[in-house]
Design a binder for this molecule. Structure first.
Ligand SMILES: Cc1cc2nc3c(=O)[nH]c(=O)nc-3n(C[C@H](O)[C@H](O)[C@H](O)COP(=O)(O)O)c2cc1C
Length: 414
């Protein structure tokens, strides 16, 4: 897999040696092409050392052009990634101008192009930048990010370059679009919290950020699956290439899941669904007339158990977020709900919800595996690979309880 990594002159260029390593870990050959401004932020020496190839930057470098011309470079690429992409390079790409090696090569390539913008949040929201983004998107350029958070300029907002590992996952999938482990499979995933209304202005919810479920959706899509994500209220960007259905309450999540899961090969329940909801939400705002009060709660439907209990259940994976007795509770859930797999993670004040990293233990009938702390995006990639292993081995096993979707559909029409 050959990837041309174009680096333009943004402060996030300091992250590119790490990005090169992440791309190489995924089996990519990386050829770097830098703009003149990028050289102000990261050295050619560092990039040459990590990529193992001489860095290209000058369109008029006769020696480099003789060994691999910009046209040959354009043909060599299975994908072109520009990270970080400045406002300036996006404008050049959108305008179709080619004053330097990187933009000339982009015009000359038939390979898919991805850009990971990174800039000050006010620059990013500038109408000119947004118009260029739309132009590029309309032409099929993959726009990765940017993410929100604290920025090098000291401000906070949308403009941070997406983390190298996530970019590497998306671009390697772009470079090798077919042959994923879940090619041809449909995966339904739930993510995020639910909100259970108390009255028109208040609700009960939990600390789930949805990050793990969204990372699972991206990872399954990168493995070639058709992914349907049923999401509770979160502030995350929708994963590319994933069909997203938004819901608020546990009851809505239950209805939406059962409306979609019949056509799924796999079901991954990563949402933190409220176990209880107010029995009768008040129609008007509850006034503070007494010193104490109580809310009558009723159990919500168990979405995970109800899917696993279907006659023609898909391969079903649950998540168990526990503060204690992780193993005991996870194993009991696996057995009681008759799941194919359970992914257990400890949650507390310093781990689990809303963190970008996670560590989990996975259990299935007759096996288990621990995954040490890793970025949720990386962990999701490893978990999806394990899920694909288990799914394949159950399907290959004649005694398997996992019925292929095609056969389940046939059975229903009989
Ligand atoms: C210290 C510094 C940091 C910069 N960071 C960014 C940035 O993060 N994003 C961006 O779009 N432009 C940034 N710029 C502006 C670009 O470097 C400038 O627009 C340049 O012309 C980009 O050229 P290039 O796209 O060919 O690399 C920065 C400039 C300076 C001086």
């Amino acid at each position: 897999m050959n990837i041309v990594l174009g680096i333009s002159g943004g402060i996030a260029a300091y992250k590119t040696p790490d990005l090169v390593r992440r791309l190489k870990e995924r089996g990519a050959e990386v050829q770097i092409v830098m703009t003149a401004s990028a050289e102000e932020f990261v050295t050619e020496t560092a990039l040459q050392a990590v990529s193992g190839r001489p860095v290209r930057s000058n369109l008029w470098d006769k020696e480099a052009e003789a060994s691999m011309s910009h046209i040959e470079l354009a043909r060599w690429a299975d994908a072109v990634l520009i990270a970080p992409a400045t406002a300036e390079i996006m404008a050049r790409l959108a305008g179709g101008s080619a004053p330097d090696l990187l933009t000339t090569m982009c015009l000359a390539t038939e390979a898919p192009i991805a850009v990971a913008p990174a800039m000050n949040h006010i620059m990013w929201s500038n109408p000119a930048v947004q118009a260029n983004r739309r132009t590029l998107e309309d032409r099929g350029v993959m726009i990765i990010g940017p993410d929100s958070g604290s920025q090098a300029c000291g401000e906070t907002g949308a403009g941070r370059m997406t983390e190298p590992n996530e970019i590497a996952a998306m671009v390697t999938a772009l470079a090798q679009p077919s042959g994923g482990r879940l090619e041809g499979r449909t995966v339904v995933i739930t993510a995020g919290p639910t909100r259970e209304p108390i009255d028109p202005v208040r609700y009960i919810t939990n600390r789930s950020s949805g990050k793990m479920g969204y990372a699972m959706a991206s990872a399954a899509a990168a493995e070639g699956a058709r992914v349907i994500l049923i999401s509770g209220p979160v502030t995350l960007r929708e994963p590319r290439g994933v069909e997203v259905h938004r819901v608020e309450t546990a009851a809505e999540m239950y209805e939406t899941t059962h409306g979609l899961v019949r056509d799924a090969d796999l079901f991954i329940a990563a949402a933190a669904v409220a176990d209880y909801r107010p029995t009768t939400p008040a129609e008007q705002k509850i006034k503070k007339t007494t010193d104490s009060t109580s809310i009558d709660l009723v159990r919500s439907e168990d979405i995970l158990a109800s899917v696993a209990g279907l006659d023609d259940a898909p391969f079903t994976v649950g998540f168990a977020a526990e503060t204690n007795k992780l193993r005991e509770y996870a194993l009991s859930k696996l057995e009681k709900k008759r799941l194919n797999m359970i992914i257990a993670n400890r949650v507390g004040s310093d781990c689990g919800f809303d963190y970008d990293e996670n560590a989990v233990e996975v259990f299935w009938p007759g096996g288990e595996q621990a995954f040490p702390t890793a970025a949720k995006t990386e962990l999701a990639r490893q978990l999806v690979s394990l899920i694909a292993d288990r799914y394949d081995s159950l399907r290959d096993d004649g005694r398997s309880s996992v019925i292929p979707l095609e056969d389940r559909k046939k059975k229903r029409t009989q």
